[in-house]
Design a protein around this ligand. Structure first.
Ligand SMILES: Nc1ncnc2c1ncn2[C@@H]1O[C@H](COP(=O)(O)OP(=O)(O)OP(=O)(O)O)[C@@H](O)[C@H]1O
Ligand SMILES: [Mg+2]
Length: 264
């Protein structure tokens, strides 16, 4: 099993000491080659769970009252930080909703890709540059050699998101965590970017795809989990069957709403 989340609780403690339980008793599994879609309304705990996997939540305020997150059998919650850092990017790739928050505004995108490559791979700078340009091309950035010199703010939102995808996928991670990877994009570009993610990730990697868009899940996911108020209320190994007949009243509501939107 690539990823096994066991009885996970995640809470946040405010400066005043007030505790919010954001995820409770979460159990999820993801195998290689599978795409696990997590859906649920805003605030249901999707990002909290996804970010916990690579221990990317600032802690404090986040803490873990109980549970384990086994990545290839090793608990990321207790793994020493240097080991965890080596894993991020290389074994676990992340694609966030907000590329401007994840790319450095001060560095050219080419440099940022090269730096990430060299952090994890022993290769001459020249080879890393070539690899960066190759990936800019793969994610559909025209004239990669020119665009590599751009700063993030000089690119459109869709282009920035493509750079994030290159960053998340280029080292061939075993697990890709994509948190609302297309939400900020307009609808035509959303489809292109999703197709890219589907085509470029290695067939034997696993994808954890967070979205509130059931259409995206139905196109991409091989399994899904529905979250509400910090809990997983339903899981399914068969998205098509889920959409035809969701079991939990909350899922029924979600599917009904999504179908209504489709008709509009
Ligand atoms: N840094 C934080 N401090 C305190 N509470 C937080 C923090 N981050 C998230 N929360 C709370 O945790 C709960 C789950 O939030 P989370 O961001 O995981 O939801 P989500 O399902 O990803 O929502 P969205 O669809 O809006 O991204 C919410 O109640 C949220 O207010
Ligand atoms: Mg979120």
């Amino acid at each position: 099993m690539l990823l096994k989340i066991e009885d996970l609780d995640v809470s946040y403690r405010s400066d005043e000491g007030e505790v919010t339980a954001a995820a409770m008793d979460v159990n999820l599994e993801l195998e290689r080659g599978q795409v696990l879609g997590i859906v649920g309304e805003s605030g249901s705990g999707k990002s909290t769970v996804a970010m916990s996997v690579a221990r990317l939540l600032p802690s404090p305020p986040a803490f873990y009252p109980k549970g384990r997150i086994l990545f290839d059998g090793v608990d990321t919650l207790t793994m020493p930080l240097p080991e965890l850092r080596r894993m991020r990017g290389k074994k676990i790739g992340v694609v966030f909703q907000d590329p401007m928050g994840s790319l450095s505004p001060l560095h050219r995108i080419g440099e940022q890709l090269v730096e990430t490559i060299l952090l994890h791979e022993k290769m001459p700078v020249r080879a890393a540059r070539e690899m960066a340009l190759e990936w800019l091309g793969k994610v559909g950035i025209p004239e990669p050699a020119v665009r590599a010199r751009a700063y993030p703010h000089e690119l459109s939102g869709g282009m920035q998101q493509r750079v994030m995808i290159a960053m998340g996928l280029m080292l061939g991670p075993d697990l890709i965590i994509a948190d609302e990877p297309t939400t900020a994009l307009d609808v035509t570009i959303q489809a292109q970017v999703l197709r890219l993610m589907r085509d470029l990730h290695q067939a034997n990697s696993g994808v954890l795809l967070i979205t509130h868009d059931l259409g995206v899940v139905s196109q991409m996911a091989t399994r899904l989990a529905v979250m509400k108020d910090g809990r997983v209320v339903e899981t399914s190994d068969d998205p098509a069957a889920f959409f035809a007949a969701p079991a939990h009243p909350y899922s029924q509501n979600l599917v009904r709403e999504a179908k209504k939107m489709e008709l509009e």
